[in-house]
Write a protein that binds this ligand. Sequence first.
Ligand SMILES: Cc1cc2nc3c(=O)[nH]c(=O)nc-3n(C[C@H](O)[C@H](O)[C@H](O)COP(=O)(O)OP(=O)(O)OC[C@H]3O[C@@H](n4cnc5c(N)ncnc54)[C@H](O)[C@@H]3O)c2cc1C
Length: 431
Amino acid sequence: MEKVDCIIIGAGLAGLACGRTLTAAGRRVQILEAAAEPGGRVATDTVDGFRIDRGFQVYLDAYPEGRRFLDHGGLQLGCFEPGALIASGGRLRPVSDPWRRPVAAIRSVLTGAVGIADGLRTARLRSEMIRRVRQGRLDPAAAAPAEERTTRAALEARGFSADFIRLFFEPFFGGVFLERELATAETVFGFTFAMFSQGRACLPAGGMASIPTQLAASLPAGVVELGVPVTRLEQTDAGGGVVTLSDGRQLAAATIVLATDATAAAALLPAGLQDTWQPPAFKATTLVAFAADRQPACGRTLIVSAEPAAAGPIDNLTVPSAVASGYAPAGQSLVYASVRGDWQGPAADLSAAIQRQAAGWLGSEVKQWRQLASVSVSRALPVETPTVRRTRLRSGRIAPGLFLCGDHLTTSSINGALRAGRLVAEELLTP
Ligand SMILES: Cc1cc2nc3c(=O)[nH]c(=O)nc-3n(C[C@H](O)[C@H](O)[C@H](O)COP(=O)(O)OP(=O)(O)OC[C@H]3O[C@@H](n4cnc5c(N)ncnc54)[C@H](O)[C@@H]3O)c2cc1C
């Protein structure tokens, strides 16, 4: 048996951040990853020269953990326009950020997309959330307060009109949370709103996978071993444990960090610990990618659909090639359509239904788009309702020398996963 101080199972962002923190403190670490690439849920495939992220994701450059772990310059980030175009009744209406796009924001009011009262409430929400994050009073990784409400309840309590919630918050944050009920906890919403307000929503030139690739490259050579699924984890009496790999090898360490997603972690937990923790359920999503000969008119602005599911399957529509170089071959455009969970149409009609709906917003040239890929992610984001968050583990340590780690411990985002990795590493470094 080979021996290191710590074995980390899973090279997603949480496992990588944990490994980086531990190796920086001088620990000998081995990260064992089942897949052929590091990154877990942050992954990109290349199809005909187009970069297809496995599910639409954005990196928010205000993420504090991103600033700590990543080199933004090296990622060559391209940015979305602040705000969004709201699709409703076959029309697109702009909602802009008044601080960064004052003229466009006035247009939002004039086109009727935002009423003055809702605009003022949004301004108040923005400054309050930014202030609370800066003061350390709004942290989705901290213990969930007993009185925590859903996002919808919090928005209603702030007096937002039902129309503005339906036209803006439901489609915009429905796309972020992968649920339109806005049942996600208000703390998660508040932090995410502050991140969108403080910084920019970005894509790296090399696709989202560049983020974990950069992080993995910052670890000492040989720390990450790819293509080695762990099939069994056993505790040892002295603490820590022994892992068995699919190739039959066994490795032991005084500390084991289980940094897989929550469902995989529950399946790997040693029998005696299965009852100590209940993994959260996951939300799913589907992305359909198209090639276009001409850049769609929305350019770098996100389109979110406030239309009913009967009007079509699109949750949101983006043009990543307009945002970051490298997403499409020269002279071509890449379009992503995220599919809403409540669309009831036949799967065989999905691509055509997306094009029909988008043609109403962007013109008949949409009919010429060519489908490149359809990517479904069944375990995308752990559920983060107030009830589920109240049952989260407060510490990753579930047995002597055995730690759980991942976005399910903090909050389901790139920032949350990096944070989880750092917090677990700091906990196990504490004597
Ligand atoms: C479609 C989608 C959209 C998202 N949108 C955003 C967004 O816009 N912005 C944002 O900030 N966040 C977003 N997220 C969330 C963010 O990507 C995740 O919260 C984060 O990547 C989770 O990282 P993790 O390390 O906790 O888990 P994972 O990425 O799940 O990593 C776990 C790792 O463990 C490995 N593993 C599993 N089983 C084994 C085994 N038996 N042996 C060895 N290895 C194993 C897996 O292969 C994987 O690499 C999105 C996620 C998805 C899927």
